[in-house]
Design a protein around this ligand. Sequence first.
Ligand SMILES: [Zn+2]
Length: 442
Amino acid sequence: MDGTLRSRLLRVSAELDELLAAASIDTVSDSSLLNAIDRIGAARRLVDALGTAVSGEIAKRSAPGDEESLARRLGAKNPSHLVALRARLDPATATSWTTVGALTATRRSILGEKLPPAHPEVAAGLDLGDIDSASGRVIIATVDACSIAADQANLLEETLVRQAPSLTPRELTRLCREVIARYAPETGEEREAALRARSGLRIVQRPDGLTHIAIDTHPEAAGLILASIDARTAPRRIPRFATEGSEPVEDHDRRTLAQRRLDALVDVARDSVARDDGQLAGTSVSMVVTVPLETLVSGRGTASIAGIDEPISAATARRLAAVAEIIPAVLGTDSEVLDLGRSARLFSSAQRRAIALRDRGCAWGGCDAPPGWCEVAHIDAWYLGGRTDLCNGVLLCRFHHQLFDSGGWRLEWRDGVPWFIPPRWVDSSQTPRRGGRPRLAA
Ligand SMILES: [Zn+2]
């Protein structure tokens, strides 16, 4: 990162300061307001470019397989996970920053001489505040996908960076897709393999309470999924009866097509859950609903579904508790789950379920792994006399389980909250770090 990027940012913020110098924003003139929003856009791109440069350096110091890796030392899975935690970013932006940052950083030869970045034109565009890292990522992916000579690739990169500021992100993506179609012709099989590689299902818990599930499918999966939904959304003619002179019967199905498709998918999932015996992983195949006894009895308050952030109403919890394939877990007054305390080496499936309910996912601070990806770790190792009971078990994803077991970390419960104490070689002051999912007091 060179100093000009930082000085550009300082200049833009000084200009902003001048434009908005009036006592209150509602007294600023129209032209100052518009000039301000232009500069805020520029400042945002420059901050993004600065974040990209810094994240690229973090990525450089976190090479996979390196025992001294910066990300690993701090308990993060990879550099973008570390960047997301520290800068409080969504995972997509953090990934853009680290991947684009690594590809636009100055490189050094074995002799220590400075070498140009792998993608110099994108690097220059970021430095000038012309493009942001998201556009940079699209351009880099496009250039890399094309099978063209190096000088041609450079020309293409330069052209795309020059055009990007006048295009919306969507227009840029469309342009890049056209470029790929022209310069990277794939055979049918290659194309299918590429589509398969890009397929996936992403789950995002949105702040408004909706769970956003985005599915990108290759044609085969799309066909199967759509067929199972279509079979249940085909408009059915429900016979309606009306005696003469009576009010016309209301057509109650006023769901939109989108809502009917969702209901169909939920039906498919319900069938699948009903057919599974729940013995596979103890917690991952059954839907577990946690409800305080008080809520179940009074019908007031909320309950929760394992792995979903948004609470459900007492009424929904009561309804679900009556369904055979749902496992209701009733909590006592202090939210304690029945302790099975057995002197076995392995946690029983009932214990694993209870711990999954308590910890609701990997207990490591900042880790999002849901219960289905987690294992129950012994806090005091069983072979050192640690008991296999609930207070000696904690839910950790495979990565953090390994780190915890091998890295000399310790765990202390304080008021039901797990605190992780780093080994001296990670933090010489051994300051405890808070873990667990945030939970509202009763
Ligand atoms: Zn984890």
